[in-house]
Design a protein around this ligand. Sequence first.
Ligand SMILES: Cc1ncc(COP(=O)(O)O)c(C=O)c1O
Length: 363
Amino acid sequence: MRAVSPAYTAVEEIAGAWLLDLLGLPPDSAVGFTTGATMANFTCLAAGRDTVLRRAGWSVAHDGLAGGPPVRVIAGQDRHMAIDLALRYLGLGRPELVEADAQGRIDAEALRHTLAARGPGVGPGSVPTIVILQAGDIHSGAFDPFPETIRAAREADAWVHVDGAFGLWAAASPTHAHLTDGCARADSWATDAHKTLNVPYDCGLAVVGDPAALRSAMGLQGDYLIQHEHGDPIDKVPELSRRGRAFTVWAALRSLGRAGVADLVDRLCRHARAFATGIDAIDGATVLNDVVFTQVCAEFGDDERTDRVLARLLDEGAAWISGSTWHGRRVMRISVSNWSTTDEDVSHTLDAIRRASSRTIRP
Ligand SMILES: Cc1ncc(COP(=O)(O)O)c(C=O)c1O
């Protein structure tokens, strides 16, 4: 609370304002500091759910969800599973899925079609709707086409939310900011300071363009709580008691500055491109994604060999890279996230991948 933690509140507000500026988001937005992006998605989507239902004449705070109008939630088929989890917490169930292209970008035309189709049980035009977009696909790093998709969602009077757990930080780099073009026209954005910004874990950011919408979803009153006319940090997140998460964000931004954050983002992307170039040069290896941000997905001929290369790599222990399944294929998945990764680390890791690959070639 502001009354008992004025220094913390000031730091949270300063860090929040810097973040909005850095990420190119509307300056009057509210910023809540959550445990991570899952809870940031939850927090933003709670504001969205309550707002679209309020517009339909229904108060979730007063009446709950049962008996209210159904809410349509629409997301790309390659959304992160944290979205489904947040929707489960919110009592909204699984989203309706819209096709995505080979890189995982939601198809704007298909979204338009889905929005035009009748919602469950209610006539078009009156269906409370939320559209969830993505800034940064975990496999390809791809960003949804924000201008077209947000235009389509706006025409359908939908709340637009962007999950940008790691990708929203592209906006902080003049070289990569184009990836987030148009994204600022959404209603809410979730990201993590503990991913690209590299503050210690337990620091997500829930940004909502309309502070009143967030406050109405997350705010509370209690006789023993000292309310402040300018609002309190506790009105922007699900928890009451929590640690002072904004201190680390303030410190990281204060020490890095705008140029330092841009350098950090660019460095992670440069390492990802170096990984892609190095892996593509390995006999039998193919990088499957367009490397636009910090993600690289590669295969080594077939699923079985890809798994053997991964197993060899982990056995050797020089580098730790996990596998994944992307569009039905086993892949080696790299997501360059750590600020301290150096060119040498990348080069040693590539050596290890080459060794693992050569040892899996059958004579
Ligand atoms: C796109 C995306 N959304 C959401 C999440 C969940 O974030 P957190 O682990 O901070 O809850 C992740 C985590 O990797 C992510 O990449």
